[in-house]
Write a protein that binds this ligand. Structure first.
Ligand SMILES: [Zn+2]
Length: 93
């Protein structure tokens, strides 16, 4: 995958750490951002899916979606809160 230097628009390859045009450090920061973005999108999709199941009253499927989010992102407070609320609902039934 090719990208561009954010400073001078010089084309840089994914494995390049520094821009060939101006010497700006490009590699680590861009890769890090790309990875976090993909992970965030995946979590968001699963959380939204879980919310759909919640609305339908399918607590087992909803819990499953939120558990998957937490497996990959244990710090995800939204998934944790939703999962806790499901568990308290289930225990009331
Ligand atoms: Zn540059």
């Amino acid at each position: 995958m090719e990208g561009k230097c954010p400073r001078c628009d010089f084309p840089v390859l994914e494995e390049d750490k520094y821009c060939g045009g101006c010497g700006f450090r490009v590699a680590e920061r861009e890769n890090y951002q790309a990875k976090t973005q993909v992970e965030m999108q995946l979590s968001d999709i699963r959380i939204n899916l879980g919310k759909v199941y919640l609305k339908k009253g399918d607590y087992a499927k909803a819990a499953e979606s939120f558990e998957k989010v937490l497996e990959e992102d244990p710090e995800n407070t939204e998934a944790r809160a939703l999962l806790n609320s499901i568990r308290s609902k289930i225990s009331e039934m």
